[in-house]
Design a protein around this ligand. Structure first.
Ligand SMILES: *[C@@H]1O[C@H](CO)[C@@H](O)[C@H](O)[C@H]1NC(C)=O
Length: 356
């Protein structure tokens, strides 16, 4: 083999490596099976944990960095014209950069990417995300304020139909798409709600997805996503959601189901800052004793009991323990929590949007 041929071969191999299957990525651009990112209440710092390093650590790059975790993961979309014709992308969000979705759509936010090999599913809590279609504008300016959470999982494309079913069942409000039909959809029958289904990541980790029930009467026993999760996992939950202060006692979130307790987190303390739940737009929960941690679509307020939505849960002892560890304070009863509490003292902000 002559030298020139070896160079051609080497360059070719390197090139093909760069075009590997889509995946969740870390801040160095390497593939990870999954990650969870939890942003500070103001600014762009966050704590981060992934399949390769199971400690919830402070980041190096900011959340909106052009070569950070989120930009690296979304890069195939930014460069969609260079991708194979099998690449597809879907972004859904009840709060798009230009409008809010009607209430029959899921109070749900996420991105799904697919290619011949994999499906990448990124659930999150950030309004207007992704804002632009490039590495320098995908993170919305409005996303600086309040804490936000992202959970990414890399799945084999064999799970494509499950994700398609999920988006249908939460009635996702899709506002950006590219080759949407590449998300293989074999299902036609709507499923009775609520339901849950196991998902295995490409790397073999155990996940579970939930689709919540819709309660037209805004009954918390039916319409609260976290009641379904607690009853299904048979576990007490610590729950963080956007602030809520329902006036009508019958519509308030429950502090327990038949057997399980639903504890409200009132502040967290992480390596990237500490904040009260009034400054936290993330939606997540963690089991008190099992290895489940979930990122949810829904808040625990009456207006959301009548909206569709879902959750993605990971079964991982390090993740569950890390999220239990950052709970700084909690109360057994969601009623006793003041919805307006954020920073100590002024300025008192107007409520951004009653549907959070
Ligand atoms: C988190 O945000 C608070 C409030 O802006 C700030 O004081 C703190 O320095 C931030 N923490 C980190 C690690 O960025």
């Amino acid at each position: 083999m002559d030298v020139l041929w070896m160079i051609v071969l080497t360059v070719g191999l390197l090139g093909s490596h760069c075009e590997g299957a889509i995946s969740c990525k870390n801040e160095n651009g390497f593939d990870v099976d999954w990650f969870i990112l939890y942003k500070n209440k103001s600014g762009f710092d966050y704590v981060y944990i992934d399949s390769t390093n199971q400690n919830l650590k402070k980041n190096n790059k900011l959340v909106n960095n052009q070569a950070g975790v989120l930009a690296n993961t979304l890069n195939p979309y930014f460069e969609k014209n260079k991708q194979s014709p099998h690449f597809g992308f879907i972004a859904y969000n009840d709060q798009t950069p230009s409008c809010n979705a009607l209430k029959e759509y899921g109070h749900s936010k996420g991105v799904v990417m697919m290619d011949e090999d994999n499906v990448v599913w990124l659930l999150h809590s950030t309004p207007k995300f992704p804002a632009g279609d490039e590495s320098n504008n995908f993170y919305p300016d409005t996303g600086e304020k309040y804490a936000q959470i992202f959970m990414c999982v890399t799945l084999k494309s064999a799970q494509s139909a499950q994700i398609a079913q999920h988006l249908k069942d939460i009635n996702a409000y899709i506002f950006k798409e590219h080759n949407r039909g590449k998300l293989k959809d074999s299902s036609t029958a709507p499923q009775p709600l609520p339901y849950h289904e196991n998902l295995k990541s490409a790397g073999g980790s155990q996940f579970k997805r939930f689709v919540k029930q819709v309660s037209k009467e805004r009954d918390p026993k039916e319409g609260d996503l976290y009641v379904t999760i607690a009853n299904t996992l048979q576990s007490n939950l610590y729950i963080q959601t956007w602030r809520s202060e329902p006036k009508d006692p019958k519509k308030r979130p429950l502090s327990e189901t038949e057997k399980k307790k639903l504890v409200t987190i009132t502040s967290v303390k992480t390596a990237a800052g500490e904040w009260k739940h009034g400054c936290d737009h993330s939606k997540w929960c963690v089991s008190d004793s099992e290895n489940w941690m979930c990122v949810g679509d829904s808040n625990r307020e009456p207006s959301q009991f009548e909206r569709p939505g879902g959750a993605l849960c990971i079964n991982n002892p390090s993740v569950a323990e890390a999220f239990r560890q950052i709970i700084n304070s909690s109360v057994p009863d969601a009623d006793s929590v003041s919805a307006t509490e954020c920073d100590p003292g002024p300025p008192k902000r107007p409520r951004v949007d009653s549907t959070g």
